[in-house]
Design a protein around this ligand. Structure first.
Ligand code: SF4
Ligand code: SF4
Length: 186
C-alpha cells in the first residue's frame, strides 16, 4: 500500500507524541501495564495481542528489533477498508512493558483514544471502543486525560487523515459505531 505520509513525518509525529502522556504519571502503575502484558485468549506459545502499524509506519523500523515480533499479513484477510490491499504489519511486544519508549508504535501511543468521524464529517476523539480483554482504568474510571495529550493526539490524527488510506480507515471504523454509545473526548 502506498501511503503519502513520509518517513520524516512519521519521525516528527513520534517526537511530538514522545512529549505527552495520557496522565501525568505512568498509567501502567494503575493496572500492571495491562495493555502491554495482557495475554488475551491466545495460547501461550502463540503471538499475543498485537498492534497493527499504519501504512508506511514500518519504514521507521528495521524489522529486526529484538523487542518486537513481526507478522506481515494480507490486508484483505482482516477488517480493513476495501482500499487497503497488500501487506499490513502486525507487531507483538516481546519484552512488554519494557520497550524502547521512543519507538512505541502509533496505535500504542494513541491509546486510550481513538479517532472518529462524526455525522458531519468532523474529526473527533473518543475513548477506544474496542472490546478489550483487559481492564483499562483510564477508560473504565473515566480518568481525566491531560489536555496536552488530547491536543497532540488530535493534531496527529488531523494530519494523518490527509492520507487517503488512513482517512478510509478512520471512516470505515467510524461507520460501525453508534454515536449515542460513544464517549467523546474532543
Ligand atoms: S493505557 Fe490503560 S491499560 Fe494501558 S497501562 Fe495505561 S491504564 Fe493500563
Ligand atoms: S510498545 Fe511498549 S508500551 Fe506499547 S504495548 Fe508494547 S510494550 Fe506496551
Amino acid at each position: 500500500m502506498k501511503c503519502s505520509i513520509k518517513k520524516r513525518t512519521y519521525r516528527a509525529i513520534y517526537r511530538l507524541l514522545d512529549r505527552v502522556s495520557p496522565i501525568p504519571y505512568d498509567c501502567g502503575t494503575l493496572c500492571n501495564a495491562a495493555c502491554c502484558t495482557c495475554a488475551g485468549d491466545e495460547p501461550p506459545d502463540e503471538p499475543q495481542l498485537g498492534i497493527y502499524l499504519l501504512p508506511g509506519e514500518d519504514k521507521l523500523f528495521t524489522k529486526k528489533e529484538d523487542w518486537l515480533h513481526w507478522t506481515a499479513e494480507d490486508a484483505s484477510d482482516y477488517d480493513f477498508p476495501d482500499s487497503w490491499f497488500g501487506t499490513v504489519y502486525f507487531v507483538t511486544c516481546l519484552c512488554a512493558p519494557h520497550c524502547p519508549r521512543n519507538m512505541r508504535p502509533l496505535q500504542c501511543r494513541f491509546f486510550p483514544l481513538a479517532p472518529h468521524l462524526d455525522g458531519a464529517g468532523r474529526l473527533r476523539l473518543i475513548y477506544s471502543d474496542l472490546d478489550l480483554p483487559y481492564r483499562c482504568p483510564l477508560i473504565d474510571d473515566s480518568m481525566t486525560l491531560t489536555p496536552s495529550f488530547i491536543q497532540a493526539v488530535y493534531t496527529v490524527w488531523k494530519h494523518l487523515i490527509r492520507d487517503c488510506l488512513i482517512y478510509d480507515l478512520v471512516e470505515y471504523d467510524s461507520s460501525f459505531r453508534q454515536e449515542e454509545n460513544l464517549r467523546f473526548i474532543r
